[in-house]
Design a protein around this ligand. Structure first.
Ligand SMILES: [Fe+2]
Length: 230
């Protein structure tokens, strides 16, 4: 399998390029608009054709490259059925799979950070978007965020994956690149709660500033990054 973790320094976003084989098709998860040319170059260098670009959710801190990549590569674009991004060519739901060549990623609906948050699962790894971060979890205070739903997504779904499953999040702000489910269960401070209510109270007490780009990124991402307000 071809696997590349790509980092956007401005927004601390991780994007992921996955393909079964050289000469085959590729999937991009959470691509960032400013890096679209870099992705196209890398796709060419690895000799893979972009078949599908997906976002785990509507991002508030960067503009997606979904629309740009569709223009540049003619790829399909997809988000979850709850997404307000009407521009995507496919909407998926839990229980379906992302299929690229012979790769099959299971789709889990993991709301809480937003109401359109999804995670994608391969046998040895999971792409957790902003639901489960390394030693953290995604904030739940805007975009229909819901700390109770996030607790259910974490403890009812993601943390039930095998403990050695690799965790690849959509962001990291501390220089960490990858973790495992077992490591997060043991060491993630947000997960050391003894009840759903305790998790909700913890998240509601965070009192965070809005992301700098939120007023630009959220509306732009509803159009797959193709309509950006000045
Ligand atoms: Fe997010």
């Amino acid at each position: 399998m071809i696997f590349r973790q790509l980092f956007d320094r401005t927004s601390s976003t991780y994007s992921y390029l996955i393909a079964e084989r050289s000469g085959g098709e590729a999937l991009l998860i959470d691509p960032v608009l400013e890096n679209a040319d870099q992705y196209v170059q890398l796709l060419n260098e690895l000799d893979v054709k972009l078949a599908l670009a997906v976002d785990t959710h509507i991002h508030a801190d960067h503009v997606t490259a979904l629309g740009s990549l569709r223009q540049k590569t003619d790829c399909a674009t997809a988000m979850g059925e709850q997404s307000a991004a009407e521009c995507v060519s496919v909407k998926f739901r839990e229980g379906e799979k992302l299929c690229v060549d012979n790769l099959r990623l299971d789709i889990l609906y993991t709301p809480g950070h937003t109401d359109d948050s999804y995670s994608f699962v391969l046998p040895d790894r999971v792409f957790t978007g902003d639901t489960l971060l390394i030693r953290g979890t995604g904030r739940t205070d805007f975009q229909n965020g819901d700390p109770g739903a996030q607790y259910d997504s974490l403890f009812g779904k993601l943390l039930r994956l095998p403990q050695d499953t690799l965790v690849y999040p959509a962001h990291d702000y501390n220089g960490m690149a990858v973790s495992t489910i077992g490591e997060e269960l043991q060491h993630n401070p947000r997960l050391q709660v003894d009840s759903r209510q305790a998790y909700i109270e913890q998240m509601n007490a965070l009192d965070l500033d809005d992301p700098k780009l939120m007023d630009i990124a959220v509306p732009a991402n509803r159009s797959c990054g193709m309509k950006i307000a000045a």
